[in-house]
Design a protein around this ligand. Sequence first.
Ligand code: SF4
Length: 509
Amino acid sequence: MIGILLNDHAYEQDIRELLMAFFPGRDFVYEELPDLELCLVGRLNENRDQFRMQMIFRGEHSTLIWGDSPAEQWEMDHFDEPVFLDYDNRAEAKNKIKRRLYAILKELTGRSLPWGSLTGIRPAKIALSCLKDGMEEKEIFDFMKANYFASDEKIRLCVEIAMRERELLGRVKELEAKTSQHPANEHGYSLYVGIPFCPTTCLYCSFTSYPIEKWQGRLEEYRKALFLELDYVAETAGKYPSSVYVGGGTPTSLPAEELERLMKKLTDVFDCSGALEFTVEAGRPDSITREKLQILKKYGVTRISINPQTMNQPTLDRIGRRHTVEQVQEQFLLARDLGFDNINMDLIVGLPEEEEQDLFHTMEAVKALAPDSLTIHSLAVKRAARLNTRREDYKNCKIMNTQEMIQMTARYAREMGLEPYYLYRQKNMAGNFENVGYARPGKACIYNILMMEEQQTVIGCGAGTTTKRVIPEENRIERAETVKNVEQYMERIDEMIARKKRLFQGEQP
Ligand code: SF4
């Protein structure tokens, strides 16, 4: 257990995140307890222009904190050199504090982190904004090195991705210029449609997802609510989204006739054929049929995902996917046969009990299928996932993710002719690595970039979706969410639409 004792809490989250990166899996508390193994004490001075930190650990210094002189009464000269800062300049103060803390933790543990002091989920956004400011590749590299202490490899990856993103975003801007006549859609937007149903729930899942069987009788109700939202969006933001992404859940877990109704509605209400891409996640092979793929083709879907996560059957069984490796291969080949020329596959590194040779086997099997894009995730165990809520049941499961494993996936992706094009990090990731999307030239998922780099408004419809309104001239993003609970979503659909309305009108959602 690690203690964090601060006399001001403005940067508590940033401090905790960096501590978590150095000490994954530990519990953090905010009080002086006798069984703390380690404690960070941070003090802001009265003038709010100096912040001092010290890590205290059990042993020779323990009496300083757990003896006669509690942390609250610490003399300031026990602390490290102060960080001089303008405490209320959030971006600057945060980075200064994290840089100092990183140096302290590096010295304490003798370790450095691949991402240095960066704990945010969008490191490529930093490189992208440097590019926009006109910085050259080398300048960006030096800037990221000096400011965040990230490894050369990670910075190079960020810069490469940012350069690719810039090129793809240029295409979005061109389309926006053609389609943004609507007042609410001045800068263009992308559409996300959430279908919160799956064949079964995966062990690590934290998305809005319900087993489809239980909802078979109420799909019509869901559809009606969703269609009201879609109508509202088309009316308010215009019928020309830059990209359309149908995800969830697993949209193809809908019965064929429901899937067809959804596709028809989308193509009736929006100009999907004018969008830069029209993606439908057919993520679970056990949800795919020839008929459903034909429906997607008929309505002009340009990109689908068939996600194995792993090509090892014992792991698939362990994580509750209830489909076979053969099904992945069969459905992939079927989709190819039917003319899908942009198929993505998602994989997860760090699944329970998987080791390097399991990942090697997965990469070989995926390479044989030659997908057009590959998204490599590092397992992130979120609070709502069964892997977390039933921690006791899985406490003996080995979760392994190493630099070598991540490098293996990158090497395979390159061998398959795929280039990195987007990247994000998550909290609680095994190994504190990153998720990277790789694609053949021309096959990158533009929606992923827009969503991750927050470069365009994304309007989410369906239960558990988020609408992010990007206001570039104010460098600001406003959000409105729909409820995750499907029952509540259907009952409160008017309220969900009203939230969007307030957002578009610039009011508090
Ligand atoms: S397929 Fe995806 S959304 Fe569905 S249960 Fe598994 S992880 Fe969750």
